[in-house]
Design a protein. Structure first.
Length: 183
């Protein structure tokens, strides 16, 4: 039993980054023995609560009040450094049984961007990604796979920038290098 408990704790900590409900389901499916189930659910629920509390604090630091729906969306986005489209977030919410309307998802994403919790990356006029890493950096965009990957800011140096239009100031430089799979 002790070995099983240790195994569960280790497995739980490895998986402890997305959300409580889904982790619980995964764990129950893996080990049907009733005593193991209890250990597993406890570990996962504890992990889920801690993650949610940390996200709540993060929203608060950026002046965003934590409604249940905002927490559901933030939990997906801030699980790891990543780039997600609004459609991917909506699909993930559906998958985990969270009932959040499309309008709420879009409004929340706009609010997170305005409050500095997320960064928007415009790949083309019809494709926007939401980046959970807000520090300055650039991106590779693979047109074949639709995948965005980070380029550290110091990997690109700019010799010269054109003068900005009259009455404006430069806010930042976001470079998206488009690549395709070599054939
Ligand atoms: Zn990025």
């Amino acid at each position: 039993m002790r070995v099983a408990a240790l195994w569960m704790t280790e497995t739980a900590s490895k998986l402890c980054c997305v959300n409580g409900l889904r982790r619980t389901k995964v764990a129950v499916a893996w080990r049907p023995h009733i005593r193991m189930r209890i250990i597993c659910i406890n570990v996962f629920t504890w992990g889920g609560l801690k993650v949610r509390e940390a996200i709540k604090e993060r929203l608060g630091r950026h002046g965003v009040s934590a409604t249940i729906q905002r927490l559901d969306i933030a939990e997906i986005l801030f699980a790891a450094p990543q780039h997600m489209s609004a459609e991917q977030i909506i699909a993930e919410l559906k998958l985990t049984g969270k009932n959040v309307s499309k309008a709420t998802v879009y409004n929340t994403l706009n609010m997170f961007v305005a409050q500095g919790l997320l960064r928007e990356v415009h790949v083309d006029p019809e494709r926007t990604f939401y980046d959970s890493t807000t520090a300055p950096h650039h991106h590779f965009y693979n047109v074949d796979t639709g995948k965005l990957t980070d380029i550290p800011a110091n990997e690109i140096t700019l010799e010269r920038l054109p003068e900005v239009p009259f009455g404006t100031v430069a806010e930042g430089v976001d470079i998206v290098v488009k690549v395709r799979n070599a054939t």
